[in-house]
Design a protein around this ligand. Structure first.
Ligand SMILES: Nc1ncnc2c1ncn2[C@@H]1O[C@H](COP(=O)(O)OP(=O)(O)O)[C@@H](O)[C@H]1O
Ligand SMILES: [Mg+2]
Length: 250
């Protein structure tokens, strides 16, 4: 930053094995997002090396990095990052459009996107716009979008930061299921301890360094917790509203 050098990460060294569910935690400004951006091939480290599937990608060109990212990594963010005025189905299909030129035909894209929406239990809402979906549903659309290229890793940066408790547990249940059933490696960033406990391993950052790296002793199980909760309120999704008629002057 101008004359001032910010060291977002310093001396971080760790290995993550396929199939792990890693929760990364730490106070604001501790380097969590920077770590995720490097792990997700969104950024390259100034110095040091990053091996992804045995390949050093620390000096890879930006185009090649984008290819690796599209092929191997799915992203989920706190703010969902869906395109507005674009249906759930089209949002989920989007990453397929960035594949090589002779990618999938329209029908195949629809089929894949529907399968991804079904995997997060949203198939019936594929035609809804983001503003017609609750926060939890929007985040599930974002997870479906992250799944569309069949990634080996999902990176989620504060995915429950904008969600209420029940919805947070539902989203964590989806990550646990994808990790368990498909063997997808999950890297979850959160500053909430109770959310971190859905993972198998906890890494804590502070001032750009790893200050703790341990197994989660009492792992939470989202499906069990959901089963024990009272049933959810009926969906409060209202149909798109027509423009209100202008007030009549008397
Ligand atoms: N693009 C940037 N330019 C300058 N400083 C940055 C940038 N991104 C992050 N930082 C700084 O690096 C440190 C780590 O930030 P970040 O990785 O975003 O932490 P966290 O996600 O844990 O809040 C912070 O001090 C932050 O201000
Ligand atoms: Mg952050």
């Amino acid at each position: 930053m101008g004359e001032h050098i910010v060291r977002a990460l310093r001396g971080v060294s760790l290995d993550i094995e396929p199939g792990e569910f890693v929760a990364v935690t730490g106070p604001s400004g501790s380097g969590k997002s920077t770590f995720m951006h490097i792990a997700g091939c969104l950024d390259r480290p100034t110095t040091g090396q990053y091996f992804l599937d045995g390949r050093d990608v620390s000096q890879t060109s930006k185009d090649e990095l984008a290819r690796v990212r599209n092929e191997k990594i799915g992203f989920v963010f706190q703010g969902f990052n869906l395109l507005t005025r674009t249906s759930a189905l089209d949002n989920v299909e989007l990453p397929l459009l960035y594949r090589n030129k002779n990618g999938f035909k329209t029908a195949e894209r629809h089929k894949r996107a529907m399968a991804a929406l079904d995997a997060v239990n949203l198939g019936s809402r594929h035609h809804h716009m983001p503003n017609q979906l609750s926060g939890g549903q929007q985040q599930r659309v974002a997870i479906a979008r992250a799944l569309i290229n069949e990634p080996s890793i999902i990176l989620a940066d504060e995915p429950t930061g904008n969600l209420d408790t029940r919805t947070s547990i539902e989203v964590m249940g989806i990550f646990q299921r994808l990790n368990r059933e498909r063997g997808i490696t999950v890297l979850l960033i959160t500053h909430e301890m109770d959310i971190a406990e859905y993972g198998t391993r906890l890494i804590r950052f502070r001032d750009g360094r790893v200050v703790a790296d341990q197994a989660v002793l009492h792992r939470r199980n989202a499906d069990d917790e959901l089963a024990a909760l009272p049933p959810p309120e009926p969906d409060q999704i209202s149909p798109p509203t027509e423009a209100a008629p202008a007030a009549q002057a008397h």
